[in-house]
Write a protein of this length. Structure first.
Length: 261
């Protein structure tokens, strides 16, 4: 856990973290902020604090309006959220602490036990949170009756975790989505370990100015090579590395702005 710290002098763990530091932040005393990013199968879901928290309806509406595509709204995406996760209600006997009754939406995930991502509540309850649950209503912030995964960020809520309640193990994207896909009888997935995508290769589409991704250049211990795509290339490298990869591929320019007012 120490290498998740946001300070610039965090203890490095380059086997699990990409060691990303921001530029000096004026609003933070010109400090550089460390953003831990998982360098392993499962990405940051393998190193984060496991909170399962969806965005708000307003945030998704803003996204939809910016790109001119209303399929990005919360209600349109919600069915896909439900298809991915299995929700296990909290166990009050095992939690066994006063003031920890969890309000949640039992339909936040699909009604099948076969959805890959496991979402549940911890059996350990920090005593400070029990007092916080009592304090919030006293200052006009009542506990949310459905939790924050309803798309409404109001009041307080007990945040569920991506933990498999059957054995209390972390449910990463590797342990959930990837494992489920690999266990299928007709799985056609190849995982290249210790390999890093360094560039997306584009070709002209039908001789027009439009570009079509046809492959990815990959760097590994064996050198560089290209993996060709017959249909499409899916870019899923995270909030920082996705735009970085587009920049390295010549498909995204980095603009800087200096406020001189």
């Amino acid at each position: 856990m120490p290498f998740l710290a946001a300070t610039e002098d965090y203890p490095h763990n380059s086997l699990m973290d990409w060691d990303l530091l921001s530029t000096p932040q004026v609003a933070a005393g010109n400090r550089r902020i460390h953003y831990a990013q998982g360098k392993t199968l499962g990405g940051s879901s393998a190193i984060n604090s496991m909170g399962y928290h969806r965005g708000t309806k307003g945030a998704y509406q803003r996204w939809a309006d910016l790109v001119g595509d209303q399929s990005y709204t919360f209600d349109r995406i919600l069915p896909f959220f439900k298809r991915t996760c299995t929700l296990t209600p909290p166990d009050p006997l095992r939690r066994n602490v006063p003031n920890t009754t969890v309000n949640f939406d039992p339909f936040a995930c699909g009604n099948t036990r076969d959805n890959p991502l496991q979402v549940s509540w911890s059996h350990f309850v920090d005593s400070a949170r029990t007092w916080l649950a009592l304090a919030l209503p006293a200052i006009g912030q009542p506990l949310s009756p459905r939790g924050f995964n309803s798309g409404e960020l109001k009041g307080g809520a007990w945040i569920p975790s991506t933990v498999d309640p059957r054995d209390s193990t972390r449910s990463t994207s590797k342990n959930s989505y990837l494992r489920t896909a690999l266990e299928r009888k007709k799985a056609r997935i190849t995982v290249y370990l210790h390999s890093q995508a360094t560039k997306i290769v584009f070709n002209n589409a039908n001789g027009t100015n439009a570009k079509r991704a046809t492959g990815v250049v990959v760097s590994s211990g064996q050198g560089k090579y290209m993996i060709s795509a017959k249909k499409e290339v899916i870019l899923s490298a995270g909030v920082f590395h996705s735009p970085q990869l587009l920049m390295l591929s010549g498909k995204l320019r980095l603009f800087s702005h200096t406020d001189t007012s």
